[in-house]
Design a protein around this ligand. Structure first.
Ligand SMILES: Cc1cc2nc3c(=O)[nH]c(=O)nc-3n(C[C@H](O)[C@H](O)[C@H](O)COP(=O)(O)OP(=O)(O)OC[C@H]3O[C@@H](n4cnc5c(N)ncnc54)[C@H](O)[C@@H]3O)c2cc1C
Length: 220
């Protein structure tokens, strides 16, 4: 899995802090530019705690995500408050079998052998179909959920907070959880204030919306 932060709103903490301060200030927007880091932190901590997170929508982050399964991208695109561009299986001929193997399968030598064999066979059939004149857009129906995909996603900070809440949770699937933690690390480096309290509800709010009492992260 490769994840890169391609771009983001300049000074995301400051821009959103300014938006938050503006809502409670008599000053004109240009005067708010003089506020210091401490003020930004105070106001953002407050609005986020109160759930007034619309102000963080002013910061947008764009990621390039590659070598992830189609199973993952299918889960990812369920997050509707975002923009996506995904590699097309209708137009791009996938030449080599490139696919994700879940750790539970890697750990089981016999199952892993069968898994690799079946995927290789599916790929051979995918290529045979194309040689026999089946269009790429139809031949791809045989490709498994494990097939690698590349996708670019842009999400604002509010949507990312929701994404991290849901997908950093231990109950989320391992692959999208791995992605969520990689994305969280990248955005925390550039917007440490906005994302200081990002993550699953058990860590940020001490509650488990799923009430999974058997989970090792279940709040004490
Ligand atoms: C552990 C886990 C298991 C899951 N299992 C399943 C499953 O079995 N089957 C399944 O179908 N999905 C499943 N999902 C997907 C889940 O139901 C959501 O579709 C996905 O997590 C996106 O969340 P979201 O709607 O909050 O995000 P977004 O689509 O980004 O929406 C963000 C927020 O905007 C608001 N919003 C967006 N669209 C609307 C709208 N049309 N109307 C009103 N408010 C809106 C909501 O407040 C929403 O929380 C699962 C998710 C997780 C994390």
């Amino acid at each position: 899995m490769k994840v890169e932060l391609l771009g983001y709103t300049p000074e995301p903490d400051f821009i959103t802090g300014m938006a938050a301060l503006l809502t409670h200030s008599e000053l004109e927007p240009h005067l708010l530019k003089k506020m210091d880091k401490k003020q930004v932190k105070n106001i953002l901590d407050n609005v986020i705690k109160m759930g007034h997170t619309s102000v963080v929508e002013h910061s947008l982050f764009t990621f390039s995500i590659s070598d992830v399964s189609r199973a993952l991208t299918h889960q990812l695109v369920r997050h509707r408050i975002a923009s996506y561009s995904q590699q097309s299986q209708r137009y791009v001929k996938l030449t080599n079998p490139q696919y994700t193997t879940p750790p539970s399968i890697t750990q089981n030598i016999d199952i892993k052998k069968q898994y690799d064999k079946i995927i290789e066979e599916l790929w051979t059939f995918y290529q045979n179909m194309q040689e026999k004149g089946i269009p790429l857009e139809d031949a791809r129906y045989i490709l498994p959920n494990a097939t690698y995909s590349n996708i670019i996603v842009s999400m604002n900070a509010r949507s990312l907070l929701n994404f991290f809440d849901l997908r950093c949770c231990l109950y989320a699937q391992w692959e999208i959880r791995k992605l969520a933690y990689k994305m969280l690390k990248l955005v925390t480096e550039v917007a440490p204030i906005i994302f200081s309290c990002a993550g699953p509800s058990c860590k940020t709010k001490n509650i488990c919306p799923m009430d999974k009492k058997t989970c090792k992260w279940y709040p004490k």
